[in-house]
Design a binder for this molecule. Structure first.
Ligand code: C2O
Length: 544
């Protein structure tokens, strides 16, 4: 095992996209940011130097952070922000997991441009549970605004509505040639014929899920969220913000150029902001023709195809770091995910988070981040008043979750601002059914759990049925991941073991939903020994 050390200089960068000059916040002068490459078992040391004008933290999305919760990164959850002009060094070990993850800013919306791949290869002497690929290529999806991202966020929050939609989707930072002024810089992947490439695909977009497809090629999914899957042959993938998907691509077609393309996926009732695709080009050595073939993607609202893809994935049993499903459940939770409107008074102060009319909630609690101490510091030092541990195991009312009118009214009445956490005993097993209530906006919610992978036991549409649906739980080889897209008017049943003391957020990875309150936190108590307890914070941990 090695120590992998990086320095992240975070500062303004002037770049051009879509014929437009824009100052963005970037790491080490590149967008997307640098790729971190490590082996399982390594220790990572990242010195973050904040020369940007914004408060900042970095989150290592999908990393377990076993006994190193201080390095997880979400602002005000596990640390106070790194102020402009200040530094902080993240130190943690990467153990018990390998595959494709990523890192991103976890303050305001800075992650739009402050993100990059975090690739964990098997330990030296260990191999993949599939033939060694010829090359490994990170593919990051993103969103680009012809505007300062903090201005976009502030405008959305001040208006109480949705943000201005992005001006382009990107592949490895480039919109691709369907967008104006972009064709010269379209992302190109030069390939040799007759080889197998491992594409490590990361959805780093702010508010869009994608369908992704490569013209004339099928692909084989071999991992999701850094867990190995039963190889699954498909001609498209669907990927939500926060998720990763590793595919094997065989370059077995005639030497030519082929587009890879991604466009938005919204639910069946949803309306996309744009149906434009971001493109990249796969160029074979010795290609003859120069006009690439274009793939035909599933329709932007093809919920059935997306659902089929997502539910067909299973774990590769006995693969490296495979974990069987814990069979004894200690805590059962049923958690509704809602968007809604909250009552506003005449003087325009509304009951929602940020005093706005739009709110999002879990079990009708709209999450507010503290500002004067991080939740983890409050946990470690037994400080009261930063959060409460009364996050409910059930929504406050029973209602028809997929009856939009009924639910809509309930949401209006019940949403309230709070910082509620669910306390868990060390090593307890938690089962959570996430029910998307389809109350407003008809959106899918990619729900991300910090600090753990969870098993996805089952998914479905309509109201979860606590009597019959558990009969269909997959307890043998369910997919394990850290982010699950819960469809509009549907549900997902998850299970995880709380084997890591600390404070761990579970939130929607649509960035527009987070400031509206679509989050909660788990507080996992220390275990019985010092080796199962959270150690003290690093000396340079930023203070509020
Ligand atoms: Cu990738 Cu809390 O986020």
């Amino acid at each position: 095992a090695a120590i992998v050390e990086h320095t992240f200089q975070v500062q303004n960068l002037n770049i051009q996209r879509l014929c437009h000059q824009q100052v963005i916040t970037a790491v080490n002068g590149v967008f997307p940011g640098p790729t971190i490459l490590a082996n399982e078992g390594d220790s990572l040391v990242v010195h973050v130097v904040n020369k940007s004008p914004y408060n900042l933290t970095i989150h290592w999305h999908g990393i377990f952070q076993l006994l190193s919760g201080w390095a997880d990164g979400p602002e005000y959850a596990t640390q106070c922000p790194i102020r402009p002009g200040n530094n902080f060094t993240y130190r943690f070990n990467i153990t018990g997991q390998e595959g494709t993850l990523w890192w991103h800013a976890h303050s305001q919306w800075i992650r739009a441009t402050v993100h990059g791949a975090l690739i964990i290869r098997p330990r030296t002497g260990h191999s993949y549970p599939f033939p060694t690929p010829y090359r490994e290529i990170p593919i990051l999806f993103g969103e680009w605004w012809n505007a300062n991202i903090i201005d976009v966020e502030n405008q959305a929050l001040a208006s109480g509505g949705a943000p201005n939609s992005s001006d382009a989707f990107t592949i490895n930072g480039q919109p691709g040639d369907l967008y104006s002024c972009s064709s010269n810089n379209t992302y190109k992947l030069q390939v040799a014929r007759g080889k197998t490439y491992l594409l490590r695909i990361i959805n780093a977009a702010m508010n869009n899920q994608f369908f992704f497809k490569i013209a004339n090629h099928s692909m084989t999914v071999v991992a999701i969220d850094a867990t190995y899957t039963t190889p699954m042959v498909t001609d498209f993938i669907v990927i939500a913000p926060g998720q990763t998907t590793d595919i094997l691509l065989k370059t077995d077609q005639p030497p030519a150029s082929y587009y890879m393309a991604a466009h938005t996926y919204v639910s069946s009732q949803g309306v996309p902001d744009t149906t434009t695709s971001t493109t990249g080009i796969i160029v074979y050595e010795n290609s003859t023709s120069s006009t690439p073939q274009m793939p035909i993607l599933p329709a932007y609202n093809d919920t059935q195809s997306a659902y089929k893809f997502s539910t067909n994935l299973t774990a590769l049993v006995n693969a490296p770091h495979w974990v069987p499903v814990p069979l004894n459940v200690d805590e059962h939770m049923f958690v509704t995910i809602s968007l809604g409107l909250v009552p506003c008074e005449v003087n325009n102060t509304c009951a929602g988070p940020l005093s706005q009319r739009l709110a999002a909630s879990m079990n009708n609690a709209s999450f507010q981040f503290p500002t004067n101490l991080s939740m983890l510091q409050a946990f470690f030092n037994n400080v009261d008043g930063i959060y409460t541990t009364d996050f409910p195991d059930q929504p406050p009312l029973v209602f028809n979750y997929t009856d939009t009118n009924n639910n809509f009214n309930t949401t209006i009445i019940m949403t309230s601002k709070s910082t509620k956490a669910k306390k868990l005993k060390f090593n307890s097993t938690v089962e959570i059914v996430l029910q998307n209530t389809a109350s407003l906006g008809f959106e899918n919610h990619p729900m991300h759990l910090h600090g753990f992978n969870f098993h996805v036991l089952a998914q479905g549409f309509g109201n979860y049925d606590p009597v019959n649906d558990p009969k269909n739980f997959n307890l043998v080889n369910p997919q394990a991941r850290n982010t699950i897209g819960v469809p509009t008017g549907g549900w997902a049943a998850l299970r995880f073991q709380a084997n890591n003391p600390g404070v761990w957020l579970m939130h929607c990875h649509m960035d527009v939903h987070l400031p509206w309150g679509l989050s909660m936190a788990f507080v996992v108590e220390n275990g019985p020994t010092s080796s199962t307890s959270l150690p003290p914070p690093p000396a340079d941990l930023p203070q509020c």
